[in-house]
Every structure is written in C-alpha cells, then in structure tokens.
Design a protein around this ligand. Structure first.
Ligand code: TRP
Length: 324
C-alpha cells in the first residue's frame, strides 16, 4: 500500500512535529511504500512576502528528517515544486471543488485566525485542494498526519470521490492515519508553533531547554509541592506520557497523592527530553556539511516521484477528455 505525507518547510523542526507527525512517519517506513514531501508551495500560501529563506528552510528540514531516520533511499523523499504535475492536478481538482467545501474547512479557518490573515488570498483558499492533489497524484491510500490535518484529509476524500464520480474511477479514497499522540502544547499552553515563540526545538542543547521546561503550565490549583495535583491538565505530564510512557503512570499517581512537586517533575522531564533528543542531536551534527549529498537525494526522489506523477496525469487527462 502506498502512503504519502508532507510538511511545510517553515524552519527548525520542534518536538511537536516529532511527536505529532514524524514519529508516525518513521514507524510506517518498513510497512508501506512511503512518499514524503517538503510542501514548499503550501508554505507560500501563508509566507509569500519574504521567500529568501525558503531554500535554506527546505534543506534544514531535509537534514532534520535524515537525522531522525527517514531513509531517503528506501522512501521517496522530494520537494513538491520539483514535480510540476502537482500544479496541474491542483488546477483540475479546483474545477470540481465547490467553494462551500473550502469555506467550512475548520483547519483552514484556524490558519486564517492564527495568522491574522484578514481576507485570505486565493492561494490559501486552495490549500486543501493542493493537498488533495499531492495525495491523489501518487494514488496514496493512507496519509499519516496529526489530528489538526484530519479535516483536510476528509476534504481530499470528497474531492477524489467527486472526480471519480464525474469522470472515471482513477483514484483510491485516502485514509488518515492519525498519530497516536496528538501535538504537544507549547511552553505557554497554546499550540506549539515557531511563530508563537513557544516551541522546544529538536536541536536545542539541554541548557537551552531547561528554562523552557520551567515555563510549562502545570495544574494552577497545585500551589505547594505537597498539594494533590491534576495531571490531566498538566503540560509536564503530557510531555512525560509522550516521551517516556513507561513511568508516566507512576508520576500520575504521585502527583495526585501530593508526592510529586511540579519543580521536581520538571527537573525529571528536562532529563527525559535531553536523553530523548540526544541521538537526534548526534545524527544531526554528523550530517553537517552534507547538503550537497542531500540535494542529490532530493533530486533523485523528485525523479522517482515524477515518473509516478506522469503516469497518473496521463490517466487523468484521458478521463477529463483533455488532449494528451
Ligand atoms: N498541510 C500539511 C501540514 O501543514 C502539509 C501537507 C501538504 C500534507 N501536503 C500534504 C500532509 C499531503 C499530508 C498530505 O502539516
């Protein structure tokens, strides 16, 4: 079975990307025929004013993926804009997507609110249509994503269904494979995001991370170390559960019983985080200076993806009765 997922290149990856999406990708590599894509055109839908950092952001993300264990020789890893067929299928999908489907997409609404984009541009409205094209171009049946992307995948299913119904059956309906752990909250309790300045980055040193761990929001009703707390509303415990599930139930019990203070729990979490990320930091350091090689791997990935995309588009043009 084929699988596709993508990520916008928006700079350094943070722990939310890892827990909410990339760990899920990693676990799929041995079972599926995986396509992983740097969604640079998607990045342009919101960050079109200054694109000077885009090449660097793409490379940083690719190096981060490699350091995490995404295998560029086993999976097909490429940059969206290197395969122009995405744009062609996007255009055709645009013809069969009713506007109200886009207007009620909650993920799109959130993006517009988060980024204070008054009056979204046409490109942003098309965001889910482009995403549907990304998936359908490779006839992917499964899409590993975080829960925030679920509405986009549902829309992709509807668009593909509309195409199959109107023309002929070309595409499978893709299923979302949701990450087992949802995205972790940022240091201020809101969704973790670079633009909100509340992220813990994958390449941070333990010293840089410590003050951020200290900021994490715990149960506001727990004032003293010996007060019983509610771990269900504690960011420290969310992280603990995601990163070291083995002894998280013990912390839950101890917090409720007033045997585990927040300061102590944060100290322990700082250790968990630093040992969790240390293999990544080492692998990432070993990749320094290997941009050229990584660029070659991405080029080879784009060629392999392009072959599949070209085949699909032949079928699509035939189905739509366009010259081919
Ligand atoms: N919208 C996704 C995100 O922001 C990125 C993305 C682009 C994607 N194209 C995709 C995800 C196709 C899955 C499949 O995370």
């Amino acid at each position: 079975m084929r699988l596709l997922s993508g990520m916008r290149p928006t700079g350094r990856l943070h722990i939310g990307h890892l827990v909410g999406a990339l760990n899920n990708w990693l676990s799929m590599q041995s079972e599926y025929d995986c396509f992983f894509m740097a969604a640079d055109w998607h990045a342009l839908t919101t960050s079109y004013t200054d694109t000077s950092k885009l090449p660097e952001d793409i490379m940083e993300m690719a190096l981060d993926w490699r350091a995490l264990g995404i295998d560029f020789t086993r999976s097909t890893v490429f940059v969206q804009s290197d395969v122009k067929e995405h744009a062609e299928l996007y255009l055709l999908f645009g013809m069969i997507t009713p506007m109200p489907w886009l207007e009620r997409d909650p993920t799109l609404k959130n993006m517009i609110e988060d980024m204070h984009l008054r009056g979204a541009n046409y490109g942003l409205m098309g965001y889910p249509v482009l995403q549907a094209a990304d998936i359908a171009l490779y006839k992917a049946g499964a899409v590993p994503v975080g829960i925030d992307q679920a509405p986009h995948i549902e829309l992709a299913r509807e668009i593909v269904r509309a195409f199959n119904h109107r023309f002929s059956i070309v595409f499978p309906e893709p299923k979302a494979l949701l990450a087992p752990t949802p995205r972790l909250p940022g240091t201020d309790g809101r969704k973790m995001s670079k633009s909100l300045d509340n992220a813990i980055f994958l390449d941070e040193t333990p010293e840089d991370m410590k003050p951020k761990v200290t900021q994490l929001i715990t149960d506001p009703g727990k004032i003293h170390a010996t007060d019983p707390g509610d771990p269900d509303i504690c960011s420290v415990q969310y992280y603990h559960k995601a990163l070291r599930p083995e002894d998280a139930p013990q912390a839950d019990t101890d917090c409720r019983a007033g045997r585990l203070g927040c300061v102590k729990h944060k100290g322990y979490l700082a250790e968990i985080l630093s040992s969790y990320l240390s293999p990544f930091r080492e692998a990432r350091a070993a990749l320094r200076g290997r941009e050229g090689e990584t660029r070659e791997l991405l080029k080879a990935g784009a060629e392999a993806a392009g072959r599949v995309a070209a085949e699909t588009m032949e079928e699509v043009r035939k189905a739509v009765n366009l010259p081919f």
